[in-house]
Design a protein around this ligand. Sequence first.
Ligand code: MN
Length: 285
Amino acid sequence: MRIARYDDNRFGIVDGDDVIDVTSALAALPAQSYPFPRTDILIENLEQLRPALQAAAKSRARRKLTDVKLLAPVANPGKIVAAPVNYKKHLDEARADAGIHHQQQVGEIQKVGLFLKATSSVIGAGETILIRHDERRNDHEIELAVVIGKKADRVSKADALNYVAGYCIGLDMTIRGPEERSLRKSLDTFTVLGPYFVTADEIGDPAGLDLVLTVDGEARQTANTRDLVLDVPTLISWASSFYTLHPGDVILSGTPEGVGPVVPGNTIRATISKVGTMDVKVGHI
Ligand code: MN
């Protein structure tokens, strides 16, 4: 199942190039009041809701995906966990390029650990990445985004994929420079999730997915998730050894080689096999 959030918070099932509005089925979600839970209640209740969503999708009008404004498919991620330099060739390029490493030692992920991005940085594919520091290098990073479906606390690698609700494409936008990653990657609009959410059953094993990113048609990043240094189960197990992962938490699994700058006016096209393709505009704040 593929779920899109779009326009003024409509929810839809994606079928081919169309989206079918199933927003009314979300009325079955449990009522919430302040203080709201730090989870995404749609992701948390997705399996119970699945029959109602599929039933609603049978009787509704279709619209073209290209005619709607795509928002981030996970509305309320509790945290965005991100993996630095998790492809060997990206580690090599980061160490070789002063524009990336800024005279700082680029360590292996096993030593550096994971970092967090502000949830306020999240946008969808139909929104625009807004550059606010033109004087700095602003880079694209395509990553497989893993969405957690149930509470995961100290889970084993062998069990880890059972905690995944699904996947989407992630863009971990980044200002290069000497500051902490969490600052340079948490700007408003600097985490793009999209084009929609694909449930884990449609993906199967997340190893072996092709990633391709172009900027205005120019090839930049081409890789495959089989080349991850720490694969998806390892990332989930490792992250959950430090903190509990909750439904709706997102893990950005790391970017491969080929990162490079974007400027206002560019359009980024990002594709991950079995997930989809999204075009995201770059603008200026
Ligand atoms: Mn990244």
